[in-house]
Write a protein that binds this ligand. Structure first.
Ligand code: ARG
Length: 260
C-alpha cells in the first residue's frame, strides 16, 4: 500500500476524476490508515511504498505490479501521468528480495486489469491493459489468461467490475453491465454461481473489494452486497474511502496483493 500523502485530482483519466473538485488530503490519509490498520488487525502484513510528490495516483498501488508465486510482473501505464509509478514499484521489489522481477513490454496496469483465481488469471481490456499484455502475463506466470472486454468507461479497470472472493474455490462477484455480451457469457460459463452485483452497488465501486477468503473489505456504500456476502459465509467489512473515490478508486485499488 502507498499512503495518499500527495494525492490530488489534477488530471482526469477516468470519469470519476473531476480536477475541479477539491480533495481533503488529511481525510484521505485517515481513511487510508483505517484500511491499512484493518488489514493488520485481521492479521495481514502490510508493506508500505514511499509516495512520491508529483505522482498523485500512486496511492492506487494495485496498479503497480502483479505478484503470483513470488514472481513479479511490473506495470506499464496507459497514461503518461502515471508512467513513472512503474519504476517505483520495480525498485521496491528489487530491494525486497524478489528474485524474479520483469519489466513488461505491453501496457498492463497490474491488478487493475489482472485478477487471480486458482485456475486462471482474469484479464480486463478495453480501456487500459493492452490485449497483448494478456499473452505476456500467460507466458510469464504459466497460468491460463482469460481475456474479458470492458465496455463501460466508469468501469475502466477489471477490478472496478469484478472481485475474487475465494481464490482457492474460483468464487467471484461481478457486475455484468461492465462487460461485453461475449465476456458476460464467458463469465457465466466459468462462474455459474457468482454473486451478481446490481448497478447501484457497482456504482458505489462495490466490486473494488479485497477478500482474504473470509473477510471481504469493500466500500461501505455498496450496501446491497453485505447480505449476499454473509449468505455465502463471508464477513463483509465496509470501509469509507470517500476521498479516494474522487480518483476513481477504493479498497482494491489501494491494495496490491503479494502472493508468495
Ligand atoms: N486515478 C487512477 C487511474 O485512473 C485510479 C486507479 C484505480 N485503480 C484501480 N486498481 N482500479 O488510473
Amino acid at each position: 500500500m502507498c499512503p495518499p500523502e500527495h494525492f490530488k485530482v489534477t488530471y482526469s483519466i477516468n470519469p470519476w476524476m473531476d480536477p475541479g473538485k477539491p480533495v481533503d488530503v488529511p481525510l484521505a490519509l485517515a481513511q487510508w490508515e483505517d484500511l491499512r490498520d484493518r488489514y493488520r488487525a485481521l492479521g495481514h502484513t502490510v508493506e508500505e511504498l514511499v509516495p512520491r510528490a508529483g505522482l498523485p495516483d500512486m496511492v492506487f498501488s494495485a496498479n503497480g505490479a502483479t505478484v503470483i508465486d513470488g514472481r513479479v510482473l511490473g506495470a506499464r501505464f496507459a497514461h503518461a501521468e502515471r508512467s513513472e509509478e512503474a519504476a517505483e514499484h520495480l525498485a521496491w521489489f528489487r530491494a525486497h528480495g524478489f528474485a524474479e522481477v520483469a519489466e513488461p513490454v505491453h501496457i498492463n496496469e497490474g491488478e487493475g486489469d489482472f485478477a487471480v483465481t486458482s485456475s486462471w488469471i482474469l484479464a480486463g481490456r478495453g480501456f487500459r491493459a493492452s490485449p497483448l499484455s494478456h499473452g505476456e502475463a500467460q507466458e510469464f506466470f504459466g497460468r491460463p489468461v482469460i481475456g474479458l472486454d470492458l465496455v463501460d468507461p466508469r468501469y475502466y479497470h477489471l477490478d472496478t467490475a469484478l472481485a475474487v472472493l475465494d481464490d482457492e474455490a474460483d468464487e467471484v462477484m461481478y457486475y455484468p453491465g461492465a462487460f461485453s455480451q461475449g465476456s458476460r457469457e464467458v463469465l457465466r460459463r466459468l462462474f455459474p454461481d457468482a454473486l451478481i452485483a446490481s448497478e447501484p452497488d457497482a456504482a458505489a465501486l462495490g466490486m473494488n473489494a479485497v477478500s482474504d477468503g473470509l473477510h471481504v473489505l469493500l466500500p461501505q456504500g455498496a450496501v446491497g452486497l453485505f447480505e449476499p456476502l454473509r449468505e455465502r459465509g463471508f464477513e463483509p467489512v465496509g470501509m469509507d474511502l470517500g476521498e479516494l473515490l474522487k480518483g476513481g478508486g477504493s479498497v482494491k485499488c489501494c491494495t496490491q496483493e503479494l502472493r508468495s
